[in-house]
Design a protein around this ligand. Structure first.
Ligand SMILES: Cc1cc2nc3c(=O)[nH]c(=O)nc-3n(C[C@H](O)[C@H](O)[C@H](O)COP(=O)(O)OP(=O)(O)OC[C@H]3O[C@@H](n4cnc5c(N)ncnc54)[C@H](O)[C@@H]3O)c2cc1C
Length: 334
């Protein structure tokens, strides 16, 4: 059923950055809606690494992904934004009065004066293992994400990938797995230096310049075939679990047709998080500009910046930013 209610701000995406932006939008007394495609909040954190411990967010020396999202969710609910789940926003139309109409994949329409894109890499999809029949092992012992670390206890886990995710999982699983082998088709890894050092100093078996070329097994994978990229030499390795971290498929869906300036599939913004379309702002992983900090900590600062720009768009005489939260009437002790 279509609700014709007009919102000041509609945030597309309920990942960590969308959630914090929703909180800040309440701080600025804007009528706020969040639209999320998945049935839950948390974006990549909930989807890919709820049990991973994050250590690179200021004032939180160590926090699990799920606890981080729980706290962001609680914070976002302070000002009771409207939350819509299960809708992928695809289309944008500008009405005659300058407001926007968003249409979701199911035809539902949403009316808003401004839009903040917090869509990460779009709807979440991982790059799958390019082996015919590999999908047969999904839900068995071929994994693209780690739901529960405990599921890997005492197992030989083979990780395919050479970026941050693969290295993080090697380091996290190594103490509990019987053995971790990481396989990367290049000669060098491309993660954080400290994570690579941790991996190299651990018991993890590192195999470079080779890739998983075949899977052997009936109900579940019993062995993987590794092929050397230069020599073509093959080796069979017995495993209990295969974890593939080959990155994401960037799928912006209909949003890529909105006409915003993009670069490498990401939305280009200025320092105020303005996109090339007036009234449309962006924050988090979807954004690109020189020297962007590609961490949650970076996105958490961009959300309020985008929101302040939306506020200025709606009311050019408004203060440039909110007062400190300690001064906000919501938090002042009675
Ligand atoms: C394995 C892994 C480990 C990581 N570890 C760390 C770490 O230790 N520290 C750190 O700082 N960062 C880490 N990151 C990066 C971090 O997760 C991202 O920077 C962060 O999730 C970005 O948040 P976001 O809200 O911008 O996007 P996302 O988390 O991607 O959330 C975007 C949300 O938007 C929704 N969406 C997309 N398109 C639409 C649409 N059209 N309509 C409706 N909803 C839509 C998606 O469903 C998703 O829920 C890691 C990432 C991965 C994959």
């Amino acid at each position: 059923m279509e609700k014709n209610e007009m919102y000041d701000v509609t945030i597309i995406g309920g990942g960590p950055i969308g959630l914090f932006t929703a909180f800040y939008s309440g701080m600025r007394e804007l009528k706020t809606k969040v639209i999320e495609y998945l049935p839950q909040v948390g974006g990549k954190v909930t989807y890919f690494y709820p049990e991973k411990v994050l250590r690179d967010i200021g004032a939180l020396p160590a926090i699990s992904g799920s606890d981080l999202i729980k706290q962001l969710k609680e914070q976002a609910s302070t000002f009771s934004p409207e939350m819509v789940f299960g809708e992928r926003v695809d289309d944008l139309e500008r009405a005659e009065d300058g407001t926007y109409v968003l249409t979701s994949h199911n035809g539902q329409r949403h009316f808003t004066k401004t839009v903040i894109l917090a869509i990460g890499h779009g709807t979440l999809g991982v790059k799958k293992l390019p082996i015919v029949g590999a999908n047969h092992f999904e839900g068995k012992n071929l994994h693209y994400a780690v739901d529960r670390v405990e599921n890997f206890r005492g197992k030989h886990v083979l990780i395919s990938g050479g970026g941050d995710s693969a290295i993080d999982w090697a380091n996290r699983l190594e103490p509990i797995a019987e053995k971790v082998t990481i396989v990367h088709r290049r000669e060098a890894f491309s993660g954080h230096e400290s994570s690579i050092t941790e991996m190299n100093n651990s018991e993890t078996h590192v195999k470079c310049s080779c890739y998983v070329s075949d899977l052997i097994g009936k109900d579940h994978i019993e062995k993987v075939v590794l092929t050397h990229v230069d020599t073509g030499e093959k080796e069979e390795v017995e495993i209990d679990a295969l974890l593939v971290n080959h990155g994401f498929d960037l799928d912006l869906g209909g949003i890529q047709n909105w006409g915003m300036t993009t670069s490498d599939g990401k939305v280009v913004t200025d320092a105020k998080m303005e996109t090339s379309i007036p009234g449309i702002f962006a924050a988090g992983d979807i954004v690109t500009y020189p020297h962007r900090l590609t961490l949650i900590a970076g996105g958490l600062a961009e959300g309020p910046k985008a929101l302040n720009s939306a506020k200025a768009f709606l009311d050019p005489d408004a203060e440039a930013m909110a007062m400190y939260s300690t001064h906000h009437k919501e938090f002042v002790e009675a």
